[in-house]
Structure formats: structure tokens, C-alpha cells
Design a binder for this molecule. Structure first.
Ligand SMILES: [Fe+2]
Ligand SMILES: [Fe+2]
Length: 326
């Protein structure tokens, strides 16, 4: 009898796997209660956690300029943008929780270096123009990466991305508009904008991850329709979008090899310094230590807010129970 039970159990597991594969093939969404392969779940948790961490760590380089924004209008815009990034972190932590991950555990892994965030946020914001360069290039690269994620096979992630992408396009526009104002300003302002673009261009290209032949997780993520395009495809798309925008800005992209290739119908561009990328990933970027130290400190300083929120929620639940039993 045992044999029959085992057989029917494995037949059941096979049926689940078939249903999962069929849903992915038919471009249907996988939802939290659906059966999914363990590796699919683990891949999503890794990617979504890294994405959530990037959103909240990404608040730091720009928050650095809130007190020094050159006008009330610029300050209001920047504060709204940094708050949006906090919101993106919250949507994504919530979406990751639907896979069974706990938020405390995710934050613990960020703080102890066991989970990563985007290497781009380990670069410093040296001048006001960096706020513009981040909006234009970093948020621009994020949109290029994230628009296809709106069609990701995992429902909660795809839905979070729809809202995030709408806000990211506002971020990209504000960065572009800020750089345009500087580029058309005094010679010193123009030079400041150019310097920021010179420093952020190459790290932005690295945001798409290693080249396709070195990307460990790409092929499987594409088969599962978590990823829709390869790193190199997205990087090329981003370069093609940025070239005419740089021209309109009156700024130069710092790559002597950048030119239109008629045959390919794309821009060719120079080699990326992958050693720099690996060094930043290893923790040796200019700001790695500062970002994690500030994050841990913010977490500790926010303990009373979490406690107060939990106490309020408990009081509320008690009151509801009281009403129910009254
Ligand atoms: Fe964001
Ligand atoms: Fe953003």
C-alpha cells in the first residue's frame, strides 16, 4: 500500500510541475499560493530582495543633497523622489514576503552583507549635478531593466513593478530636466553637469550586470520568464536611448568608441571595466562601508517606530476583539 501512496504522491508532484510549466508557457501569472519549483522561489527571493535593498540604499546618495538643494522647488522634488524610493522598497519587501521570506531576515541579510544591493549606490554624490546624473542615467537604466519585469511570471513582483516604473519615469525626467538647466547655465554649471555624466556613465552601464556569457542566473531566469531580455540586450537598448538624449542635453558621453553602426542598427560602445565592477561587488567601492553603516544605524534608530507601530496594531486588534465579543 505504501508503494501506491508514494507513486500517487510523485504523480501528484509531476502534475503540479506540469501545471506550473504550462502556466509559464501560456504567459499566465504564478501567484503566491500556486505550486512553484523550489529554485524558482529561491531565485525570486534573491532577485526581489536585492531589488528591495537597492531601493532603500539608493536613498542615501541623493538624500546627501536634500539640505543643499539650490532652491525650494528642487528640494521639494528631491524629497518626493527619495520618498518614492522608500515606497519602492516597501512594495518589494511586501512582494518578497508573499514567497514566505520574512522582512526581518531580509534586512538582517542586507546588514550582514549576505544579500547584495546594486553596485551603483557605492559611488559618491560629489556635486549637485550628481542628482541630475543619477535621475537621468541611474533611474533611466533602472527603467530599461524594470519595464520588462512588469511582465514577469510572478504576479506580485510584476504588479509592484507597474507602479514602480510609473514613478521611475518621473525620476528620470526630473534628472534630465535638472541636467538640462545646468547644461544651459553658466560655464561652471555646464562643466559640473559634464563632470557628473563622466563619472556616472560607465557605472550605469554596469547596472545591467555582467556580459551574457558570464551571467550565472540569466538563462534559467529567462526560461522561467522572470527575465525577458538578456543583460547585453538591455544594456544596448539603454545606450541607444541615451545617445540622442545626451545630444539634446549638449553633453558628451565619455566613450571615444561610441558610434552608430549602420549594419547592426545600434550604437557600438567601448569596453566596460569589469574589474572595477567586481571590486565594487567585493565591497571595495568608494562608499560600500558608509552605505551599510548608515543603513544599520537608520535601522537601529527606527526601532522605536517599529515598536510603536506594533503596539498600536496590537491595541487595535484587542479593541476589535473586544467589540466582537461584546
Ligand atoms: Fe526606485
Ligand atoms: Fe527612482
Amino acid at each position: 500500500m505504501v508503494a501506491t501512496v508514494v507513486e500517487s504522491e510523485s504523480a501528484g508532484a509531476e502534475a503540479y510541475a506540469e501545471a506550473f510549466d504550462a502556466a509559464v508557457a501560456a504567459d499566465e501569472r504564478i501567484e503566491p499560493r500556486d505550486w512553484m519549483p523550489g529554485d524558482y522561489r529561491a531565485t525570486l527571493v534573491r532577485q526581489m530582495a536585492q531589488h528591495a535593498h537597492s531601493e532603500i540604499i539608493g536613498m542615501q546618495p541623493e538624500a546627501n543633497w536634500i539640505t543643499r538643494a539650490p532652491s525650494l522647488r528642487r528640494k521639494a522634488i528631491l524629497m518626493a523622489k527619495v520618498q518614492d524610493e522608500a515606497g519602492h522598497g516597501l512594495y518589494l519587501y511586501s512582494a518578497t514576503e508573499t514567497l514566505g521570506a520574512s522582512r526581518d531576515d531580509l534586512l538582517d541579510k542586507l546588514h550582514s552583507g549576505r544579500q547584495k544591493y546594486s553596485s551603483i549606490f557605492n559611488y559618491p554624490t560629489l556635486t549637485w549635478a550628481d542628482v541630475g546624473a543619477i535621475g537621468w542615467l541611474v533611474d533611466g537604466a533602472a527603467i530599461t531593466n524594470q519595464v520588462p519585469l512588469c511582465r514577469c511570471s510572478y504576479g506580485p513582483y510584476a504588479r509592484a513593478m507597474v507602479r514602480i516604473c510609473k514613478e521611475e519615469s518621473f525620476h528620470q525626467r526630473q534628472g534630465y530636466e535638472l541636467l538640462l538647466a545646468l547644461s544651459r547655465g553658466t560655464d561652471a554649471q555646464h562643466a559640473m553637469a559634464q563632470d557628473a555624466v563622466d563619472r556616472w556613465w560607465w557605472p550605469s552601464l554596469m547596472m545591467f550586470g555582467p556580459p551574457d556569457d558570464e551571467s550565472a542566473h540569466s538563462a534559467r531566469s529567462m526560461a522561467w520568464k522572470i527575465k525577458r531580455h538578456s543583460n547585453d540586450e538591455l544594456r544596448q537598448r539603454f545606450v541607444d536611448i541615451c545617445v540622442p538624449q545626451a545630444e539634446a542635453l549638449g553633453l558628451t558621453l565619455p566613450d571615444p568608441d561610441l558610434r552608430w553602426n549602420e549594419e547592426r542598427g545600434h550604437h557600438d560602445f567601448g569596453p566596460i571595466d569589469w574589474e572595477e565592477f567586481r571590486e565594487v561587488l567585493r565591497g571595495n567601492g568608494p562608499c560600500n562601508d558608509q552605505r551599510i553603516t548608515q543603513r544599520r544605524q537608520a535601522h537601529e534608530e527606527g526601532a522605536w517606530v517599529r515598536e510603536a507601530a506594533a503596539a498600536y496594531a496590537a491595541k487595535h486588534t484587542d479593541r476589535l476583539h473586544g467589540e466582537a465579543t461584546a
